[in-house]
Design a protein around this ligand. Sequence first.
Ligand code: NAI
Ligand code: ENO
Length: 306
Amino acid sequence: MTAPVHFDKVTLIGIGLIGSSIARALGVLGLAGTVVAADRSEAVVARVQELGLADEATTDLAAAVKDADLVVLCVPVGACGAVAEIIAPHLKTGAIVSDVGSVKGSVVAQMAPFMPTDVHFIPAHPVAGTEHSGPDSGFAELFHERWCIVTPPAGTDPEAVERLTAFWQALGSRTEVMAPDHHDLVLAITSHVPHLIAYNIVGTASDLEQVTESEVIKFSAGGFRDFTRIAASDPTMWRDVFLHNKEAVLEVLGRFTEDLIALQRNIRWAQGDQLFDLFTRTRAIRRSIIDQHQDTADPDFGRARK
Ligand SMILES: NC(=O)C1=CN([C@@H]2O[C@H](COP(=O)(O)OP(=O)(O)OC[C@H]3O[C@@H](n4cnc5c(N)ncnc54)[C@H](O)[C@@H]3O)[C@@H](O)[C@H]2O)C=CC1
Ligand SMILES: O=C(O)C(=O)Cc1ccc(O)cc1
């Protein structure tokens, strides 16, 4: 039997890119009887009301979760513990409490101690986003054809996991269940370290004395432009990602640094075969990613050429 995807009352906490995208999708799809939007920022709450993103909008997080069947935290990962502490005493028995944080081990560690035993705590991560933030930047289709990784703690009620999974599938996502630590290692290599590299190279370019900032802007080629898009991502969100996925990021960064030094040697000693072999291997990886995404009509790869 497939799990029901409709919830009588959904409360979203943190109405930025992700929270407002979920709110918009709920509105379009009619998946909730009532949508409550909560944020600590009065300016955000006022904007949510102007945009008509929810049935109710408030800065009172405790009141917002009252009677909610599904509560989703969409705040920076460093804020999850504090929010959990505020809402915990007000959660409805049987509610599903989830989040969308880009790191999972730390979110579990921060939130689990506050979760009452009569709610279903199921962290998740929609691997879908942009470099933009705030309630104006969201859109209902953000999650289409994207993965949502669900990381239920051991012993979680399978029916609740199925309900949350069905919810994300209704939003357009493909879902996969994973252990939090494994999630954090996978995302360290596929998302977190790439963001760090982008922040670093754009920082290096802006610090170069011999090349002016206006030359960097004027002559930026495609690859560098892509880095500047990523490096425009929200500073609070990404500070928290690195502070809360420290171990996995440092592990991947150690490997990355060794490989970069090997490349440095290849260039210094004119070892063209080594460079050619690596670039051939990496080109094959790009081709297999495109092949896989063409099967699933991923919008990012719609115009991609091998
Ligand atoms: N931006 C992206 O591309 C993606 C982000 N995520 C995750 O989603 C979460 C939210 O990210 P965005 O929507 O991009 O952020 P955002 O910056 O657009 O929105 C975050 C909102 O949370 C509110 N907030 C912060 N601390 C709060 C607190 N203590 N109590 C109540 N509200 C609080 C802020 O006022 C803001 O409105 C993060 O954990 C991030 O790791 C996941 C996938 C993609
Ligand atoms: O904008 C991009 O390229 C992203 O990579 C978006 C993104 C950022 C953080 C996530 O946890 C998931 C997706």
